[in-house]
Each structure stands twice: as structure tokens, then as C-alpha cells.
Design a protein around this ligand. Structure first.
Ligand code: PEP
Length: 253
């Protein structure tokens, strides 16, 4: 039985005072929930604040990217070891907003994935297709290509203790979510593809869904057998909405 996980992705939002209010709101509502893992991925400058405010709570924290190099002359980059200095446990990798804006390649993402694992961070690998790809009926082929890069170059066992977030690009920040059946079908496809190479890695891997998850659609999405949680963008900026999604996850366990 896989434990569900709900991850907040704050993207480039926040300020010290606002974060404090938001995290206080999260803590107040989530303290009583014990069946689900909760994570908040904050912008780098707020890692120390997240660590300070969350260290004795049931909410873990993480970052939204890391450098593929261990250290060195890489201006503006942040290393995996630096994230561990702030007791991060998770890192989002390959988010479409980064791959599109910063032309991140599959190879870069695979390097970052392995770097995260090498310091004990749990990578949350984002994969997803565009609207045009879905409308042309090639969404499974696109997802297979994104997965195969890691599977073929690094092996299926890398998915032990990792998380994949299926994030159809057409659903991110658009208010247009995948239906529970669309999410289930793609999650099943991802799990089966990994299972062909490593069945126990596939069975323990948590595959979460991201793309306009909100308090109204969360219960049905999270009730699907291969949907092991959610990655939440916009609704994570409201304590009320985010914790309602978390409650829906906790009730499905
Ligand atoms: C995301 O940031 O990964 C995301 C899914 O955003 P939203 O919930 O706003 O669609």
C-alpha cells in the first residue's frame, strides 16, 4: 500500500510575512492528519524560514530545482548539498515551466535526478504532454520518451524512493484538470512501463498528479488506484484550499 503524498509548489511566490501566515495555516489544519505525507517546495531564499517554521511539524519542505554539478563556478546555481544543509527532503525536477523557459534537456534532468539521489533527496520528476500532443493522440508516446531517457541511461531501480508527477502541460495553471480517468490511465501506463523492467520499483513508486488540482476535483482524482497524491500549484497559495486537498487525500487512505 503506497502512502499518499501532497506537494505544494509555491513557484516564484511568497514573502517572509505571507509565508509565515500560510505555513501557520497549513500547520493548524494538517497537524491532525496522519495517513498522508505533506511537502511544501518553496523558493530557495525561504528554505531557512521553512526549516524554522516546519521542523517540528508533520510537513516536510523542499526546493523546486537544483544544480547538476556538486559545486564550483556556476553562478546563480544551488547545489544538492546546499539543499541538504537546510534539511530539505524533496526537490521538484523537470517542471515544464523550467524546461520551457530554460530549455532544460532530458539529459540535464537525468543528471539532476541522480544528483538529488546521491545526497538523499527524494526527486519529484515532472513529466507531461502538451495540448497539441494530446489532441494528436501521441500522449503515451511522449510520456514514454520522457521516462525512457532515465530508464535506459540510469536503470529502472532509480525509481525506488522517487516520485513521478504526471503533469499534463495543458492542465498546469489553466484551471483545466485531467479527468480522473485520464489521470488513472496515464499513471497506469507509467507504472506498467517501469514494471516491465523492475516490478518492485514500479509497485513502490509514488505517481502523483499535477494540473489544476483544487478542493472540488481532488477527491475523485485521489480516489483512483494509481494516483498516489497531488502536486498543487495555485491552490497551495491558500491555506484553506491546500489543506482541503490534503484532507481529501487523507480520507482516501
Ligand atoms: C504545478 O505547479 O505543478 C501545478 C500543477 O500548478 P497548478 O496546480 O496551478 O496547475
Amino acid at each position: 500500500m503506497r502512502r499518499k503524498i501532497v506537494v505544494a509548489n509555491w513557484k516564484m511566490h511568497g514573502c517572509l510575512a505571507g509565508n509565515q501566515r500560510l505555513l501557520d495555516g497549513y500547520k493548524q489544519k494538517l497537524a491532525a492528519l496522519s495517513h498522508t505525507d505533506f511537502v511544501v517546495c518553496v523558493p530557495y531564499p525561504y528554505l531557512a524560514q521553512a526549516q524554522q517554521l516546519l521542523q517540528s511539524s508533520n510537513i516536510a519542505w523542499g526546493a523546486q530545482n537544483l544544480a547538476k554539478f556538486p559545486e564550483g563556478a556556476y553562478t546563480g546555481e544551488v547545489s544538492a548539498a546546499m539543499l541538504r544543509d537546510f534539511a530539505c527532503q524533496y526537490v521538484i525536477l523537470g517542471h515544464s515551466e523550467r524546461s520551457t523557459a530554460y530549455c532544460e534537456s532530458g539529459e540535464n534532468i537525468a543528471d539532476k535526478f541522480m544528483m538529488a539521489k546521491s545526497v538523499g533527496l527524494t526527486p519529484i520528476l515532472c513529466i507531461g504532454e502538451t495540448l497539441q500532443e494530446r489532441e494528436s493522440g501521441v500522449e503515451e508516446r511522449v510520456i514514454a520518451e520522457q521516462l525512457d531517457y532515465l530508464l535506459q541511461t540510469r536503470g529502472a531501480e532509480v525509481f525506488f524512493d522517487s516520485i513521478i508527477s504526471y503533469e499534463p502541460i495543458w492542465a498546469i495553471g489553466t484551471g483545466l484538470s485531467a479527468t480522473p480517468d485520464q489521470a488513472q490511465s496515464m499513471h497506469e501506463f507509467i507504472r506498467e512501463r517501469i514494471a516491465k523492467l523492475h516490478s518492485s520499483a514500479a509497485q513502490t513508486l509514488r505517481i502523483i498528479y499535477g494540473g489544476s488540482v483544487n478542493p472540488s476535483n481532488a477527491s475523485k482524482l485521489l480516489a483512483m488506484p494509481d494516483v498516489d497524491g497531488a502536486l498543487v500549484g495555485r491552490c497551495s497559495l491558500s491555506a484553506e484550499e491546500f489543506t482541503a486537498i490534503c484532507q481529501a487525500a487523507d480520507q482516501t487512505q
